[in-house]
Design a protein around this ligand. Sequence first.
Ligand code: NAP
Length: 318
Amino acid sequence: MTDEANEGTPPGLPAPAPPGTSALPEGTYDGTVVLVTGGGTGLGKAIAAEFARLGADLVIASRKEERLKSARDELAGLGGRVAAVACDIRDPERVAEVFDAAQDAFGLPGVLVNNAAANFPVPAEDMSPNAWRAVVDITLTGTFFMAREFGRRHLAAGAPGSIINIGASYAWTGGPGFAHSAAAKAGVKSLVESLAVEWGPYGIQVNGLVPGLMPHEDMTDDIRGNLDRANPAQTSREGQQTGQQASQAGQLGARQPALRVGAPRELGWAATFLASPYARFITGHTLVVDGANWQRRGLVSPEVMTVREQMGRGPFEG
Ligand code: NAP
């Protein structure tokens, strides 16, 4: 390599392959039913789309019917069959009904993607008991109820299957400002390891999949607000991306070792690999798709700011 080639800004990790492409053979999921919780929005919808492109019959489940219906129409445009089932995963009876509906529509799901979760930033001292319970109940307990129902039905049927739990890297590091979600995701990661061993003998794989920073149009205002404070205006919802917004997106990427943020389809590709016939000996593993962002360390860290300061909150008043 010449000296000239080394001049200027390094390129970062290469851009992902184009939308609509896949590393797996066409039809890899023909005849497989894939159930994705939270599959009507954001990363869950992106994961569902990649399974659909490979031939899966999709079942997407979450609470809000309107969002589910519009995602169902969008996903059906990729060619496969799609069913949308309204469900709160905190309720084990509703969870059983989702599986009943899936079986009535297409058959027993062979793949479960536990993607639904709840999250919002809040300093621990301001967190209400209800806020704690809501996030832990959805993210951890709901994930367990879905996995349990999948496991029970597969054991009864003597059928192999694959579960993917969507996690977060603060399962390892802790998540200042997100104590509820980080604790719940640590539990989700632990479930991967417990259930992979319990259910391996029955042919059920259980893996975790952790996204890095992958902005998408369905991000909640709370999460968007957090990113905006770190990087003003970059994630604005309004209108088409302007030149200014594009350059601000670049700034957010510049804070990642990859020098770019992730594209949701990159998570979808990883999910389709983990549940595929090409990953049958991978179980109990949590794969991180974040361009090494969570391992980033400096010799000298930025000055400490309290979580209250980071969130623009005044002093704690009790
Ligand atoms: P999101 O936009 O907040 O979507 C959450 C989904 O979960 C929604 O579809 C929501 O639908 C569903 N949901 C929430 N509560 C539910 C309940 N009680 N029962 C059933 N469904 C429920 O999240 P996202 O950004 O796409 O993230 C997807 C996953 O990746 C999550 O597990 C998240 O923790 C993880 N993650 C994301 C990032 C990121 O950069 N975006 C980074 C790290 C980890 P309803 O409102 O219709 O119920």
